[in-house]
Design a binder for this molecule. Structure first.
Ligand SMILES: Cc1ncc(COP(=O)(O)O)c(C=O)c1O
Length: 368
């Protein structure tokens, strides 16, 4: 099965030699796998706090909590510091829409439209009339699923808006390091002198989701509170994974690995864009992402996405249907160039275009 929407790196991009060296070294140096500090391995938090400085985020190791991926960070936040019934503003569409966790603890999700520069934050004001308790969850950089990067101006305006309106922010930067052309604007967190923003990072997208390691950056009081809840939940993220990541970041040529991975992703992105140019011109619209994994493909005519999904399965293609990320029905697909072999891209985009064309023939409606 070719996975045309999966948000992971293609297995062949796994750096086997680098990781083998890490495992050999750790087998010689780690002398105990006991529980670690409540906030996570200190050496790992130290190297992360150094690396975050390059993004303009000034924080101490005591401002960082190591989590079992960003997903756990979101769960910890929602069960322990957010009030029941609170409203979460978020981009529409959004990754968070595909998560049940927020709704399951009684949060209301409210989708706010985006333009080319990111979330149209001024629309929050309209929605806000009867809403007292609210936060904003945003993915400003290489947004999932649209790939949009929030401009530097929009970041400044959004941050000011959130301060003026006392709206705390969760900034999810899962894709921030995966820029394929120019470095994106600094995270919102780099402007945060008020402790308004909880920042989330993860190693899942750049290296290995199976390590289940992410990091949350916030004020010491929030980090300690979430650290307590995490201890009560699972007594800390895997110590093996934490040692592995510390070793990767401190003692390997990780920067070179990242550079090579981004070249491989850029090649895949370029191939997918040229295949879309060739086969989808009359069928859909899309933007070329400057980083991350995704192309948001919006079909020009309304077709049954369920039928498209089933027809694609028969052709050996697994699709990610856009409605799982959106608040309203849509006519979009989240394509991903990360989890596909270069040689499979053109053929599968062509196959997909044939399926869409066949279903479009029966479609009466053009999406405006
Ligand atoms: C925006 C975003 N945040 C978080 C995650 C989950 O990351 P993790 O594996 O660290 O839980 C994903 C995974 O798709 C994502 O796209």
């Amino acid at each position: 099965m070719v996975r045309l929407g999966t948000g992971e790196l293609y297995p062949k991009l796994y750096p086997s030699k680098m990781m083998k060296d890490v495992f050999v070294k750790l087998s010689q140096t780690v002398t105990s796998l006991n529980y670690l500090e409540p906030l996570g391995l200190l050496e790992l938090r130290e190297i992360l706090s150094e690396k975050l400085k390059n993004k303009g985020i000034q924080c101490k190791p005591s401002n960082i909590l190591i989590t079992s991926g960003s997903l756990q960070a979101l769960q910890l936040i929602s069960v322990s510091i957010l009030k029941q019934g609170l409203t979460i503003y978020t981009e529409a569409p959004s990754y968070i829409k595909s998560l049940q966790v927020f709704q399951s603890v009684g949060m209301q999700l409210l989708g706010i439209n985006m333009d080319h520069e990111g979330i149209q934050y001024w629309k929050i004001a309209k929605e806000r009339k009867n809403i007292e308790d609210a936060i904003l969850y945003t993915i400003p950089t290489f947004h999932n699923p649209t790939g949009i990067v929030m401009s530097a101006d929009r970041r400044r305006e959004l941050f000011k808006f959130c301060i003026d309106n006392r709206i705390p922010v969760i900034e999810d930067d899962a894709y921030g390091d995966i820029w394929l052309e120019n470095e994106p604007p600094k995270p919102l967190k780099s402007m945060d002198e008020h402790g308004m923003i909880i920042y989330l990072g993860t190693i899942s997208k750049v290296l290995a989701p199976g390590l289940r390691i992410g990091w949350l950056v916030g004020s010491e009081s929030i980090v300690n509170r979430l650290g307590d809840v995490k201890m009560q939940t699972d007594y800390g993220a895997s110590s093996v994974s934490q040692w592995i990541l510390k070793e990767v970041l401190c003692n390997t040529n990780y920067d070179q690995y990242l550079k090579e991975t981004k070249i491989a992703l850029k090649n895949r992105r370029d191939l997918m864009i040229s295949a879309l140019d060739k086969y989808f011109k009359e069928l859909a619209v899309w933007e070329t992402p400057k980083g991350g994994f995704y192309i948001w493909l919006v079909l020009k005519r309304e077709i049954s996405m369920e039928k498209l999904f089933q027809a694609a399965i028969k052709e050996g293609i697994l699709l990610n249907i856009g409605s799982s990320y959106d608040f309203n029905k849509n006519n979009a697909l989240r394509l991903s160039y990360s989890y596909i072999d270069e040689k499979d891209i053109i053929d599968n985009i062509k196959k997909l275009s044939i399926l869409v064309r066949n279903l479009t023939k029966n479609s009466l409606f053009e999406v405006k």
